[in-house]
Design a protein around this ligand. Sequence first.
Ligand SMILES: [Zn+2]
Length: 321
Amino acid sequence: MGKWLVGVDLGGTSTKLAFINTSGEIIYKWQVATDISENGVHIIPNIVKEIDAKLAELKKKRSKLLGIGMGAPGPVRSESGSVYEAINLGWRNYPLKDVLEKKTLLPVVIDNDANMAALGEMWKGAGQGAKDLVCITLGTGVGGGVIANGQVVHGASGAAGEVGHITVVTDNGALCNCGHKGCLETVASATGIVRLARGALTKRKSSLLQEKMNEGNLLSAKLVFECAAEGDKLSLEIIEQTSHYLGMALAHIGNLLNPEKIVIGGGVSRAGDLLINSVRTVFQKHAFKRVSKSTNILQATLGNDAGVIGAAWLIKNQLDK
Ligand SMILES: [Zn+2]
């Protein structure tokens, strides 16, 4: 029987873990709450405990494992495997790779979580086969990973691929978490869509969305997409707005990189064809002709597993070298 890779997707509230074989198939996956108390000192010891406990449960030894790949929520110095800053976890210049290697005696590789998701989609998901791809995650925020010629692009200080902070609303844009106004994240994240919906609801008297809320449904991006699918004009307008900004940003990204595939993932992307088709139309209208003909926009296929699969790929790739 072959050996396993460990993929870890470390998040501010929960951490996803998986044992994955060298063909990229998940053997076992589970999730635990992230203990961020005391500036995150318990995070790594807890992850090591989790891995050991799961091995014991499956009656396997640590020697079954080849190595660990981990995605962290913040910019990462990829050579040394340290995290510049992960505000949610309380880490600053944290030597993540060293700490984890000392505790497990296994080889470890670290990268940013959005980059790991991009690698996952490249290995096993919608980006399969592409060496040049961009992966955008539309969740509570908007994240991005850029892969050029099979390699993650990190930039001068680990902040490459921060597509969520491309300015798309130039006049009176909403304030973004990063401190700027009008970022893509303010109009294409789940939170951004809710904000757009709130604005639209005050301007229009009747809509299916309003009716659903009157029935006690909480306003969410998901509810907006549900109403749009039923033909609600107001909800369709919100999606059109989001698609307009997202499609424009993707056209800029496409013109810069001409990737083979742009993969859209995250909770918001589950709206599916409605969003993707409308983003594609805007993209094709604005991208340079050669780019619009050769860069495909696709929906991600791995869902929440993209991060752990990408992390496993990265450690496998390093061990293969
Ligand atoms: Zn921003």
